[in-house]
Design a protein around this ligand. Structure first.
Ligand code: AMP
Ligand code: MN
Ligand code: MN
Ligand code: MN
Length: 307
């Protein structure tokens, strides 16, 4: 760090990223803002990242790049490296799968059309979720979810979860997901999302790197996760989140083996949504020394990883 006058935050080091997943610092490639279901505006998020000493970031709002322009401006002013990115909703084997798209060239070609389609799918899904929640007693569910969102951004399941809590139908957000919105429950509607292979193809065509998000959070057996990794790799996916927020170290090592077997690179992210919880930008479980290639070694990300 360079010496700066008292009271002024020093600029972060502009050194290149470390050569291994275990040694890297200052990196978070999975975070949300108010452009989707995060609590901080993109510029506020960048300021928090800066205050926490992070240097290399990706803003990964659900199915949109709406927050990226504001984040890029803030990142420039703060001396941070930011990759345009988004977390795409898809489906595979009856499960809602998330793909983080790291997009050094931004969104163009089929991805641009795909994002417009994702917004329509999200709106149609919200109407369907609302109908199903009205059946269990949440009157005017769509309006209530919209009120919880507090803006015109596309609605997500967390908005419905908050509406259920506000109406006293469940005691907290966790229960809302467990009873009504989580995997396999009545408010978990996957039919609107494209196939995993489709969203991965969009990312590759846009000159990006497709990263399978939080593979340990789909409730799959190791065997099924292996099949998911095969399908993802077969579709052109190149990296997987080896660590997402906090996770069990034995599971991380086991996942690393599955990545090495398939020559998949590793990414890291907190999946930060809001201050006040256990997670913050850059917070995640330590990464064991494993022979997984860091995603920032990908030729398409060379400009991002450089000093
Ligand atoms: P959606 O993108 O609308 O399908 O909503 C998915 C989002 O809901 C995730 O990205 C999380 O932010 C949130 N979420 C999923 N499961 C839970 C849970 N069990 N508790 C709280 N939030 C959750
Ligand atoms: Mn989310
Ligand atoms: Mn996700
Ligand atoms: Mn996420």
């Amino acid at each position: 760090m360079t010496k700066t006058p008292a009271g002024v935050m020093p600029m972060p080091d502009s050194s290149p990223l470390a050569d291994s997943l275990a040694e890297v610092t200052g990196l978070d490639l999975h975070m949300h803002s108010t452009a989707s279901d995060g609590a901080l505006a993109p510029a506020e998020l960048m300021a928090l990242c800066r205050a926490r000493g992070l240097t290399h970031l990706a803003l990964t709002d659900h199915d949109t790049l709406e927050g990226v322009a504001e984040a890029e401006k803030a990142a420039r002013e703060l001396g941070l490296r930011l990759l345009p990115a988004t977390e795409l909703s898809s489906q595979w084997g009856g499960v809602n799968i998330h793909v983080v798209a790291l997009l050094p060239e931004g969104a163009h070609g089929p991805l641009a059309d795909g994002l417009a389609e994702q917004a329509r799918a999200r709106a149609a899904r919200a109407e369907e979720i609302a109908r199903r929640l009205e059946a269990i007693g949440l009157d005017d569910a769509l309006a209530k979810a919209r009120a919880q969102a507090g803006s015109e951004r596309p609605l997500g399941r967390p908005d419905f979860a908050r509406a259920l809590v506000a109406d006293g139908l469940v005691k907290d957000i966790g229960t809302a997901f467990k009873k009504y919105l989580g995997n396999g429950k009545r408010g978990d509607i996957k039919a609107h999302w494209p196939a995993l292979e489709t969203v991965v193809a969009w990312v590759v065509a846009a000159g990006g790197v497709a990263v399978l998000a939080h593979p340990l959070r789909y409730g799959m057996t190791r065997r099924k996760r292996g099949l998911l990794l095969d399908a993802f790799r077969g579709a052109g996916g190149e990296a997987v989140e080896l660590v997402s927020g906090f996770q069990n170290p034995d599971q991380t090592r086991d996942l690393a083996r599955q990545l090495i077997e398939r020559d998949l690179a590793g990414s890291l992210g907190s999946d930060f949504h809001a201050p006040g919880g256990p997670l913050a930008p850059g917070s995640m479980s330590p990464v064991p020394r494993v022979a997984v290639t860091p995603v920032w070694h990908h030729p398409r990300l060379a400009g991002f990883a450089a000093a």
